[in-house]
Design a protein around this ligand. Structure first.
Ligand code: NI
Length: 173
């Protein structure tokens, strides 16, 4: 397993829609394992392939926060939202590609998602709570969309400027 560098916004790869996985799903196993390790290390609860510069429709997540509960690492290939509740939910979201910036985003409270697993088997699940927010946030990444795209242009510019500065400071080290 290898920890992969996480791309920081602004980066053109974070704005680009990703291609579906068309080869054998099992071929994605090593990149998925790298992504899970990178996500846990960050630490974060979700990571999409474009965040490590892999432009395919693949995401990983684990929204188990209770240390008493067993972790649930999930790998979703070609995920698709098949149903979304009318009821909305507001969560304060963050993103590993936009470190230390948080903002409230309103999304459907519950969603059904269909995907392919690493064994090539179709899966479908009804997500609620943090899982529902997380899976929608990660699927957005596969469409080149970031949570700051839901904010006002002013707020988005403010955050983007901070990220440009962060990247400049990091490049200097
Ligand atoms: Ni994100």
């Amino acid at each position: 397993m290898t920890l992969r560098p996480i791309l920081i916004h602004p980066d053109p790869r974070l704005k680009k829609p990703c291609d579906p996985v068309t080869g054998k799903p099992g071929d994605m196993r090593s990149v998925a394992e790298d992504m899970l390790a990178t996500m846990y290390d960050a630490p974060g609860i979700g990571l999409a392939a474009p965040q490590i510069g892999v432009m395919t429709r693949l995401l990983v997540m684990d929204c188990v926060k209770d240390p008493e509960v067993a972790p649930r690492p999930m790998v979703l290939i070609n995920p698709e939202i098949t149903w979304a509740s009318e009821a909305l939910n507001t969560y304060e979201e963050g993103c590993l590609s936009i470190p230390d910036q948080y903002a409230e985003v309103r999304r459907p409270a519950e969603v059904k998602v269909r995907w392919t697993d690493l064994d090539g088997a179709p899966q479908e699940e009804h997500f609620k709570g943090l899982w529902a927010t997380c899976v929608q946030h990660e699927i957005d990444h596969l469409d080149g969309k970031l949570f700051i795209d839901y904010l006002t242009p002013l707020k988005r510019q403010l955050i983007t400027r901070k990220m440009v500065k962060l990247k400049r400071d990091r490049a200097r080290l």
